[in-house]
Design a protein around this ligand. Sequence first.
Ligand SMILES: Nc1ncnc2c1ncn2[C@@H]1O[C@H](COP(=O)(O)OP(=O)(O)O)[C@@H](O)[C@H]1O
Ligand SMILES: [Mg+2]
Length: 388
Amino acid sequence: MARARSNGSDPGRQSRRGCVSASSDPMFVANSVGTEAVATEALLRSTLDSLSAHVAVLDATGTIIAVNQAWRSFAIQSGYVGEDDGVGTNYLDVCERGAPFSSDAAATAKALREIIAGRRRDFRMEYPCTGPDGPRWFQLRITRPDQQEMPRIVIAHEDITEVKRVQEELAHLTARLMQLQDEERRSIARELHDTTAQNLLAVTLNVTRLRERLRTASPASDRILTETLALAEQSLQEVRTLSYLLHPPLLDVVGLGSALRWLGEGFSERSGIAVDTVVGEGVETLSRDAATALFRVAQECLANVHRHARSSWARIALHRLSDGIRLEVSDGGCGFNARSLNTGVEPVHQTGVGVSGMRVRLEQLRGSLQIDSGPAGTRVTATVPLTQ
Ligand SMILES: Nc1ncnc2c1ncn2[C@@H]1O[C@H](COP(=O)(O)OP(=O)(O)O)[C@@H](O)[C@H]1O
Ligand SMILES: [Mg+2]
């Protein structure tokens, strides 16, 4: 990123290490005739110097007229050789010179031009930078304080390396959790299918046989057994649907489009909800992680249709966009208030883990999730970019 590290200097400006280098600027000395003004100036200096952010104040042309202690220290550590701490350098020029080589510098130059022209009030950007002690992350903020008579622009570079490190750790942890969740689901699905469903099947067969024997002997027992049989059959159906929803197919082998068709057909057979699956052209270019995430989103959506929507139909649509892939799962059910789920303001304990899990999966891939719901039904739209 373009930090004003060039040797641009203003011969008329005196450098004074250890305090804000701006004593000749009217902003700082306009009222210095009075003691109050001197005290105000000293307070302003010490306030700026106490900030951990590297701060520079620019005039209306983009020239640096003051820097704080943190800016100065960083410049020295980074090998800046001038005596002026960068004061007198035109920051906009520095960014413009860097623009052909760095998109960050280009974005900063553009924003600074707009702020100088009064077409924009502020700008914020995170960027990586190699400092004296290795790679670091900074957040740049450019603001234009409300000051008609003496326009000034404040540049602040805040070191956010630690925040980025924690974010990265969190992302790794979340990815690991998602992977463990997939493994756990797979083993629960296997257990449900191979053991619970088999046992329930045996129960229904036994009850059927028992009912045959008692049918004439005891009408009251027959009624109880008929009810028991109905419950056991219903439970068997539920367990099969659940194990089907939890079990992921071999996405690597069949591709996302076929896997979604397989999911739709199987879900429809087991739940009795009609599912229409539409797969567009050019959707098989996704990474394995992205395909798995979209498949899990579709599974979770169908599970929600089954559990909450009370809809007789569902529709899965997968389409390619110019820069990504979009999955839509819709139903014609009762709908719900999706606003709090979209903004994520609802406390986690008040919602299920389904929607938040979908969102986390997509955020991992820099994708997004949108839920539209009303009395005519619900539509969940998941989008992932093609650039990962
Ligand atoms: N298709 C849908 N139709 C109606 N309500 C839905 C639908 N999908 C989600 N919901 C509502 O959103 C809530 C949160 O969903 P989710 O996070 O998957 O949790 P869970 O399914 O475990 O309750 C559900 O409890 C339900 O009230
Ligand atoms: Mg759910």
